[in-house]
Design a protein around this ligand. Sequence first.
Ligand SMILES: [Zn+2]
Length: 336
Amino acid sequence: MIFKYTFVNDKAKNLQKLISHIVIDVWCNAREKTFSLNKISNKNGYRKKVKDTPKNLHEPIEKIFNMCSTLSQSQIDYIKDAFIKNNQIEELCNNTVVPVFYDSLTSTIGADFSKEVKSFFKNLYEQVFKQSDFHLNSHYDKFFTSNDKLCPFCGLNPLEKDSSNHRDDYDHYLPKEKYPFNAINLKNLYPMCGDCNKKWKKINNPIHDGSSQKQAFFYYNNSIDPSVAISVNLINTDIQNLDLNITFSSATQQNEVDSWDRVFSTSRRYKDILLHKNFGKSWLRQEQAYYSRAIQQGGSYSVQNTIYYAKSDRLGDKNFIKAPFLEACQSAGIIS
Ligand SMILES: [Zn+2]
């Protein structure tokens, strides 16, 4: 994580509030009851919204209500607890709350219930949330103006929003395929560059590595800036055969940094940039040219000026990896 996002709290949060009402107040009070639309509150127009969205709200809400009507109280309590836990996104990232997986929902409540919930939340995100009444697209517009227009997961690519309204996708940070109930929680939704989203993260899970729960950066953290130091270690100092590795360290957030590298393959991607003939190697050729020209003119030149500038404009033009790279190359005597 190169920097954090500013959370945009707008009307797009209302769908999550509606679904919270459905799960906690309607489904979790369904035992031995019969469904009617009157079970849904009139507050904030909830009942009308459900009634007016028959295929993706009314029908599945009624179907899942009917399933809940036959459950035991302990099963109902499990659903309520799972909904609450899986929506505590910051606590889940901090590893202070243990989430509930679909597998656990299947074993505790049943495969049919788990399948219906998965289908319902998938459609909520893919069909309902993108309708203008539920404001996800207008949320992106506000997000775009409130945040640096750069992907913080890699720091390499701009976030997109062009004049024809093409935009980058939101990524479900905690994968919606793994965790029930949080597919429309805005704190679990991050605009992300296409490379990070589609090529690298895909369905990788920041808070679980396949064997155990892990801490991960929460990108809407209000109080803590990310802390990661990038070190470039040269293995071969011949420019033609240049080779290196990259390590990340953090005095306070090493676990989060490790999860970030695991999920986004950032050290590998940065290495590729630094060894690329039109990026890292080009930066070296440029410094060597500045040096030769200065010497020819009877002056002097030091890469320290470039490093100083790169550190002062860290997010500009890959400077956060350029500075440690040039420092390592200067220490190795490749540039002066
Ligand atoms: Zn990215």
